[in-house]
Design a protein. Structure first.
Lengths: 339, 339
DNA sequence: ATCCGTCCCGGGAACCTTCCCGAAAATCCT
DNA sequence: AGGATTTTCGGGAAGGTTCCCGGGACGGAT
């Protein structure tokens, strides 16, 4: 087991004073003689004393820690969001405890439970793709632990949220494809229990409706964010009697893999098929043709969520706040048939 | 502040028994009547009691938590490694606390300090690119807190490590490029204070020596893993009087960006320049030409590190263990001039 | 000399849990 | 029945910290 680490009472014993005095000296409280304070601090440095955070937090009933639950860090969106969160949290002197749900409801439940049991001061959550029950999310709300949803929000719950304009941007993206002369636009949609996914799909559907384009269920793919399925649904889509002439994909990797498959089939992009991705990854600028996409500001969303959370923690009262961080359409070659 | 959460003494008070009994009942200790145990557990469920982990850990002098310090989660290698770590840790009932150093020594120090102060049971570390002092890493070793380095190891310290065959694989990669007829192979090297980077460079250098190829300093680029610099050093390399006819890049994204730039310059890959990346990202299969790379098993390394760490934690004695997880060369089109 | 105010400091409770030990109650044995 | 043993439970310390409160020392004022 770990070697003994020095505690406040070791210092007290050695110096022949009480632990109260040592505590005061270390937290440079006023009620202590300058000389003894100096001696305490010297000895503390010498023994490289560090306060036991468990004890400190237990006593203070605060942990200076915020808990984060995300689906996966291998998902670049969330990796970047975590970056934004850490930035803001660290600057405010808070630690961040990151948990991954691996896109499962079970792990999300577990993560939330241990974060609550660890007495984090607040929670930042982006739900898993499986999440269709909300009791575990209601729990911190009931206990009045500040909670902010970001990106993958749950509309039904009374908590703050940082979200993006999924509906509008997908409407805009779809209209963009239409403006390029696409008549049969395929849409690769996410899991429909996610509020985001539903909004995105609706944006697409309403754009078609507004432009009097018939909606075809066969052009809509419901996917699970796993990349393995790209090949199979691409085949299905492009074996249709009338194949798509445009694709709005759920993310850039799916878009890129589709383009790869389509090129092999001898289709030209964007002439035969215009492609629009989602997330605006760096790689999009480096492939051929360059990929049009939706810039989805991950780091900003994480930072905003952390700011709202910290405000709530410090205010000591919970006011629901909803902050919109806009995504925007980035047009490159893969969807540009006119230039 | 958070609404009061029920504690063990609430249960005791309501049932009119002592907290000791409640504690025993909840941990189904033998020393308790079946009937009272049932009553306690019922009430606990009803009040949805969860033990306060701070208090529990303080008392038990163990936290069932392992601390992880990595440079960045946006680096896909580390994101995947964290996945492997979580997998193993969770299965063993351990929680994982992830900290990012953002590739800075300062944050790495801070992270380590708070993890130690939080009394984690063990540490998993991959050092930042700035790390050239080791006092903060020596500290947990002195305190006999189990510590395992993975991937970005520090050779000088007496700790277990999970590493890959950097030297051999770079030797092999370089010889592969030579076998394709390359005479002037550029090497994009990482920060030389990292043991990994030095080994990789040495593998390259020794492969050249063995094959009697003159080493040219102008073909070696020292980079910092930041992507912005790719353009500038690519220009420098390919404005040389004698330009390279092969490139061994530090990672796939750098390789891809270089290929992008070179193609714009009208160079053919692999005919004019053969390119070899590092990390074997998924994207490598999807671009044109497909990218040769080094498969660097992130998840396996993370999992192995976690296993070794858990073994040390349970053994209660520290035996240094060094585990090699081999990388391997994956040849695709970008370096294949012969097919 | 007495009193008061200031300056320092120590004792002890509290945070919540676990665990040791002793005691009370129940059961068993002869 | 009476003692011995088992079962069940409570008290209290411990883990490390903070913080309230009370008290001692000492200076100056009356």
């Amino acid at each position: 087991m770990a070697k003994s680490v020095s505690t406040i009472r070791d210092i007290a014993r050695i110096l022949g004073i009480s632990k109260s005095t040592v505590s005061r000296a270390l937290n440079n409280h006023y009620d202590v003689n300058a000389e003894t304070a100096r001696k305490v601090q010297e000895l503390a440095a010498q023994l490289d004393y560090h306060p036991n955070l468990l004890a400190q937090h237990l006593k203070q009933q605060r942990t200076n820690t915020i808990g984060v639950v995300i689906p996966e860090t291998v998902n670049r969106f969330f990796a970047k969001a975590v970056g934004g969160i850490q930035e803001v949290a660290n600057r405010a002197g808070y630690n961040v405890m990151i948990c991954q749900s691996n896109e499962t409801l079970d792990l999300e439940r577990n993560n939330l439970k241990t974060l609550m049991a660890s007495k984090v001061d607040g929670l930042l959550i982006s739900v898993s793709r499986e999440t269709n029950q909300y009791d575990h999310l209601q729990y911190p709300i009931d206990k009045e632990v500040p909670l902010v949803f970001f990106d993958r929000i749950v509309e039904e719950l009374a908590a703050s949220q940082v979200y993006t304009n999924n509906y509008d941007i997908c409407f805009e993206g779809t209209e963009h494809l239409l403006s390029q002369g696409c008549k049969r636009i395929a849409f690769v949609a996410g899991p429909q229990n996610l509020y985001n996914s539903r909004n995105r799909l609706n944006g697409y559907l309403d754009a078609l409706k507004k432009n009097n384009i018939a909606i075809s269920e066969s052009l809509i793919v419901y996917t699970n964010y796993t990349i393995n399925e790209v090949e199979s649904y691409t085949r299905a889509l492009f074996n249709l009697r009338e194949r798509p002439d445009g694709v709005f994909a759920i993310n850039d990797m799916a878009a890129i893999e589709m383009m790869h498959i389509l090129k092999k089939r001898g289709l030209n992009i964007p002439k035969d098929v215009a492609v629009l991705g989602f997330n605006n990854e760096t790689i999009g600028r480096l492939i051929e043709p360059t990929l049009s996409s939706i810039d989805h500001p991950a780091s900003d969303m994480g930072a905003a969520a952390a700011e709202i959370l910290l405000k709530q923690i410090h205010k000591d009262e919970i006011v629901q706040e909803k902050r919109l961080i806009k995504s925007r359409l980035v047009i490159r070659e893969s969807s540009n048939r006119i230039a």
